[in-house]
Design a protein around this ligand. Structure first.
Ligand code: PEP
Ligand code: MN
Length: 360
């Protein structure tokens, strides 16, 4: 399995305390012990409890026994899975991600907005932001920086972060943008972006994943991890999420967005059908991106509904007030706010069907 370094996870151990969180004194005591064995502690803050990853050569029986001997420790490395944090059976299995006033998994969650913010036309983005809110979207997307196939195409602009944050201030909705390197990551975190998108091209960029996990730790910033177009095994996708969690931030949303080779006529090969498989293996919420998958506005609503029927927690939809005046992907795959409004109402109907209680 190329690119899937399961060995890394097999040698990672977790300390699970009896109480949800270690006190400062207890943590200091544990750090003092592991330091003697040249290890470090990485705290991973979950919604209900913290887990404490041991980094380094952590298999010393003596060290493990000393930690297990502490009366406030429950277990050492309980998860029999390469995904110590992302596995559905991990200590984080009840972890919830909160965005705005929504808990992911409680009702459908739609993120909508431009593929790309045009820094020359900030008002257009702000108007779209209001329109998608009115249509029922729960978060706003807007590309500040863009991964473009050609180096001569518009690459985004640091200045657009202000436009994104203005949309947040005016609508009160959380905002999402993609970051591709540490420079962009720092700007986005400092500005207060709510959702950091890792694009399909960077889903296997382990250094970036680690940096993101590290820099967003305890900042209540979620990471929307796209599935890379070349990603085969589902485990490779979950392993990428594990990198972010192991670096300190378990607020990860998995986002299938189509793979290659493409399906004739579509931009990529639609992959919303992996949703139930992901949900069997991991507790992470799934938000599907049907736009980059089918690649044409006219196919987007049915692909979005299919994703919801497969059990997704939501979708991310490129939406533009006037797609023809858009840049990046907007002219070809953005839908208009009126279509989004209808789509969200249909999504809610599917959500009701999927979540109804069947009584005998
Ligand atoms: C995008 O969301 O605009 C984007 C570039 O997505 P992806 O990384 O899935 O291609
Ligand atoms: Mn796009």
């Amino acid at each position: 399995m190329m690119g899937l370094n399961l060995h890394l996870f097999k040698t990672k151990s977790m300390i699970i305390p009896k109480e949800p969180v270690l006190s400062a004194e207890q943590l200091a005591q544990i750090i003092a012990i592991v330091t003697e064995y040249n290890c470090q502690i990485q705290t991973v803050a979950g919604h209900h409890r913290n887990v404490y990853a041991v980094l380094g050569e952590e298999r010393s029986t003596e060290m493990v026994n000393r930690i297990l001997g502490l009366d406030y420790i429950d277990r050492f490395d309980a998860v029999d899975s390469p995904f110590k944090l992302m596995d559905i059976k991990s200590e984080l299995s009840n972890h919830k991600i909160i965005l705005g006033n929504h808990i992911l998994g409680n009702g459908s969650f739609v993120i909508a907005g431009h593929c790309t913010i045009d820094p020359k036309n900030p008002n257009l983005f702000i108007e779209t932001a209001h329109a998608v809110k009115e249509a029922g979207a729960k978060a706003i997307r807007g590309g500040v920086w863009k991964p473009r196939t050609m180096p001569y195409s518009f690459q985004g602009d640091d200045a657009s972060i202000k436009i994104l944050m203005e949309a947040r201030a005016q609508t009160g909705l959380p905002v999402d943008t993609e970051v591709m390197d540490e420079h962009q990551l720092r700007i986005a975190v400092e500005a207060g972006v709510d959702i950091l998108q890792v694009g399909a091209r960077n889903a296997l960029n382990y250094s970036l994943l680690k940096n993101i996990g590290h820099l967003t730790q305890n900042k209540k910033i979620a990471v929307l991890l796209k599935r890379s177009m070349g990603m085969g095994p589902i485990n490779e996708f979950i392993a990428a999420a594990e990198y972010i969690a192991a670096a300190g931030n378990p607020d990860i949303i998995l986002c299938p967005r189509g793979t290659s080779p493409t399906m004739d006529g579509y931009r990529n090969y639609p992959d919303e059908s992996i949703t139930p498989l992901l949900k069997e293996k991991t507790w992470a919420p799934v938000i599907v991106d049907p736009c980059h998958s089918v690649g044409r506005a006219k196919y987007v609503p049915s692909a979005a509904l299919a994703a919801m029927a497969y059990g997704a927690d939501g979708v991310i939809i490129e939406t533009h007030l006037d797609p023809q005046r858009g840049i990046g992907d907007d002219p070809k795959q953005s839908i208009k706010p009126a279509i989004l409004k209808q789509l969200i109402s249909d999504i809610e109907a599917i959500w009701e069907i999927k979540n109804r209680t069947v009584t005998a």
